[in-house]
Design a protein around this ligand. Structure first.
Ligand code: 13P
Length: 331
C-alpha cells in the first residue's frame, strides 16, 4: 500500500505534466479523455474517444485505476462495466444537462403510463443518462451505435427514446422507425445559432458543415454531415485536399480534429449566447484536479445497487452485438 499523498501541487517549479505521469505510474492508472476535454487533458490521455470508444476502452485497459476525464455519466459507465476497478472523476460536479432532463422516477411513471395504455414498449436510452435511468431501460445507445441498436428492437414493440429529443428525431429520420420522444436536450448543442452558421457559410461558400446529432433540426438540415464525434473524424479524414469545415459541436472537438487531421481548417459554429460553445461541465475537469484526484484517490465513483441492472443493459448494448432482451424491466 502506498503512503497517501495529500498535496504535491504546491511546489511551483514541478511540472504538472511530470507530476501526473509519475502519479499514473504510482497508482497504476490509465487516463481516458473525451474529445470535449481541454486539449491539454486530451494530450495527456492514454485513450481519447467518443462515448462509445471510451466505454469499450474502459473494459480493455489493464490498469487497476481509470481516471475518467469526461462527465459523470461517462465515469459511471466505466465503473459499471468494470466493477473491480477503481474509477476516478477529477470533478464529481461534472454533470450533464441531458442526464438531468430525465430523472428516473419520471421515466418510471411514463413507462407505467404507456404500459397501462396497453402499449408494448422498449426503452432506448442515450448514454447521457444516470445509472438509475439506464437500469430502467432495455437498451443504451451512443451517437456511434444508435442506428445499429435500434435495428435490434423487435418491430412489434414501440420505442420510447430518452432523453434527447433532437437525437431521437434524427434517429426517427434515419431509421424510419417512429419513436415516442422524451423532451430533453443538451445545453450546448441546443444553442447553436443557425443565423451565424448561415453567415459563416456565405463567407466560406466552399466550406462543409459537420454537426452532432444532438443539434436541433434547423442546424442538421443545413449540414453536409451529421454524426457523433468519432464519425466526424472519419468524415473529415476522407477529404484529401485541405478543406474548410464548419463544426457544430462542443468547441474542444476542434483540438482533436486539428491534431488528427491537420491538413484542414476548422471553424467553430458559434452559439446564440456565447461564441465558444464549451460545455461548462466538461470544463470543470482541469489539469490540477486531474493531478489531485490521482494523488488522493478521490473523487471516486462508488458502486451502487442500481449499477448491477444498468451494467447488464450496458453490456448487451455496447459490448455484445448479438444480445437480445429476454425480459423487459417493467414486466
Ligand atoms: P459522442 O459520443 O458523439 O462523443 O457524444 C458525446 C456527448 O456527450 C455529446 O454531447
Amino acid at each position: 500500500m502506498n503512503a497517501p499523498i495529500t498535496t504535491i501541487g504546491t511546489i511551483s517549479d514541478v511540472d504538472i505534466y511530470e507530476e501526473i505521469e509519475a502519479l499514473k505510474v504510482r497508482e497504476d492508472a490509465a487516463i481516458l479523455a473525451h474529445y470535449y476535454q481541454d486539449g491539454e487533458i486530451q494530450e495527456l490521455a492514454d485513450v481519447t474517444g467518443d462515448s462509445l470508444k471510451l466505454a469499450r476502452a474502459a473494459t480493455k485497459v489493464p490498469n487497476r485505476t481509470i481516471v475518467f476525464c469526461g462527465v459523470h455519466f461517462m465515469a459511471e459507465t466505466a465503473k459499471m462495466l468494470n466493477p473491480e476497478k477503481r474509477v476516478l472523476l477529477p470533478d464529481m460536479g461534472a454533470g450533464c444537462s441531458l442526464s438531468d432532463s430525465c430523472p428516473a422516477p419520471a421515466l418510471a411513471r411514463r413507462q407505467q403510463q404507456l404500459r397501462a395504455e396497453g402499449r408494448r414498449i422498449q426503452t432506448v436510452t442515450y448514454i447521457n443518462s444516470s445509472a438509475a435511468v439506464k437500469a430502467l431501460s432495455d437498451w443504451v445507445v451512443t451517437s456511434g451505435n444508435a442506428r445499429e441498436v435500434i435495428e435490434r428492437v423487435p418491430q412489434d414493440q414501440e420505442i420510447l427514446f430518452v432523453p434527447d429529443r433532437h437525437l431521437g428525431q434524427y434517429l426517427v429520420e434515419v431509421t424510419g422507425r417512429p419513436m415516442i420522444l422524451w423532451d430533453g436536450s443538451c445545453m450546448v448543442h441546443e444553442l447553436f445559432s443557425v443565423n451565424d452558421m448561415l453567415r459563416m457559410k456565405r463567407k466560406l461558400p466552399a466550406a462543409l458543415t459537420v454537426a452532432h446529432p444532438e443539434c436541433p433540426a434547423n442546424i442538421r438540415e443545413q449540414s453536409d454531415f451529421v454524426g457523433g464525434t468519432e464519425a466526424m473524424i472519419d468524415y473529415v479524414t476522407r477529404f484529401e485536399q485541405p478543406t474548410d469545415f464548419l463544426v457544430a459541436t462542443e468547441a474542444n472537438m476542434l483540438w482533436q480534429l486539428e491534431a488528427k487531421v491537420p491538413r484542414h481548417r476548422y471553424h467553430p459554429v458559434p452559439g446564440i449566447t456565447c461564441a465558444c460553445n464549451k460545455c461548462p461541465h466538461m470544463a470543470r475537469n482541469t489539469l490540477e484536479k486531474l493531478r489531485d484526484c490521482l494523488a488522493n484517490g478521490t473523487p471516486e465513483i462508488v458502486w451502487q445497487q442500481q449499477f448491477q441492472r444498468a451494467s447488464e443493459v450496458l453490456r448487451r448494448s455496447l459490448i455484445d452485438p448479438t444480445a437480445t432482451v429476454s425480459e423487459l424491466p417493467g414486466d
